[in-house]
Design a protein around this ligand. Structure first.
Ligand SMILES: Nc1nc2c(ncn2[C@@H]2O[C@H](COP(=O)(O)OP(=O)(O)O)[C@@H](O)[C@H]2O)c(=O)[nH]1
Ligand SMILES: [Mg+2]
Length: 296
């Protein structure tokens, strides 16, 4: 451990870990240190309100004499950040994954990664290409399925996504599959339409597979910073989300969005995705994330 950020999430490492690490090396903590901490958090997409909560806590501990050195600062900060992330945690014991999120946020790529991840755990996986909005979307998932040797149910262009999901559920039952992964279209329609479509899909699943555990996962492009939070809010108001998949963590995002999303939406991060290769995915681990983030 302690090399993953440096090697793979290098932008986060450079903008967060490296900068904050300099504060931990100082022997004396003063107001300037706290101001600098605040600046690092804000410029790393932690968001104004979440940053304020964190910094207020640090200031309190500082006033109480509990932060005297850089090491103390790191310890208190780590505890606070872990506290935010562990308020609720993702239950990964899931049968059916419904992937939602706007176009380009990384749903189809993640559907492939998740297939590979579950296959590695000896699960029999069925993919459902329910993005019937564009023919290219079906082809994209089809190629991934072929590469991974995973079965797939494909909808026709323009077909009602819920009917494709229906076929997927039927096949899932017939073929004795363990995991069903449903890739949906990413139109950010009006909230009402989005809600209706997702509810229809969920109803269809619940009706056919009432005993199976569904996880609705929202893919969010971590490079979008605060905009990603606004998107997440729209989806969160349209359906019940069980977890967030932060994608493109290898890109230009700065890492703080993890805290803003978890705290403001009260939804756990389920997975992080960090590249175009099928194995560039991890179940999110709050302890590990914070330890890596502050490991300099
Ligand atoms: N660097 C990087 N690129 C990604 C990642 N996930 C997806 N992409 C790229 O982002 C673009 C959109 O991804 P796609 O899965 O098609 O998004 P969708 O429209 O939500 O299905 C594609 O070019 C992907 O290769 C990631 O974790 N890292
Ligand atoms: Mg797609």
């Amino acid at each position: 451990m302690f090399n993953f950020f440096k090697k793979t999430l290098s932008n986060i490492y450079n903008h967060f870990t490296n900068k904050i690490g300099a504060l931990f090396k100082s022997n004396k903590i003063d107001q300037d240190t706290l101001n600098e901490l605040e600046k690092i958090l804000i410029t790393s997409d932690t968001g104004v309100s979440t940053t304020k909560i964190i910094v207020d806590k640090i200031k309190d501990e500082f006033k109480n004499g509990n932060i005297k050195s850089g090491t103390d600062l790191r310890d208190v900060l780590a505890q606070e950040l872990k506290g935010i992330l562990t308020k609720n945690s993702y239950d990964s014991d899931v049968d059916i994954y419904l992937l939602v999120g706007i176009n380009g946020s990384g749903k189809t790529t993640f559907a492939g990664k998740l297939s590979s991840f579950l296959k590695y755990k000896n699960k029999k996986v069925l993919l459902v290409a329910a993005d019937t909005f564009r023919a290219a979307a079906r082809e994209q998932l089809g190629k991934i399925a072929q590469k991974l040797d995973v079965d797939i149910i494909e909808g026709q262009e323009g077909q009602d996504p819920a009917s494709v999901v229906y076929l997927g559920c039927q096949e899932y039952k017939k073929g004795n599959y363990d995991s069903l992964i449903i890739d949906t279209a990413g139109r950010l329609q009006t909230k009402t339409n989005l809600m209706k479509e997702l509810e229809k899909i969920k109803k269809s699943i619940n009706k056919q597979l009432p005993d199976k555990k569904i996880s609705v996962l929202l893919t969010i492009d971590s490079m979008l910073g605060q905009n990603s939070l606004d998107q997440a809010k729209i989806f969160n108001e349209s359906t019940v989300l069980n977890g967030i998949i932060l994608t493109k963590m290898d890109g230009t995002g700065k890492g703080g969005i993890v805290f803003a999303i978890t705290r403001e939406l009260n939804i756990p991060i389920a997975f992080i995705s960090f590249g175009e290769k099928l194995d560039e995915v991890k179940l999110f681990n709050a302890q590990e994330y914070v330890d890596e983030l502050l490991a300099n």
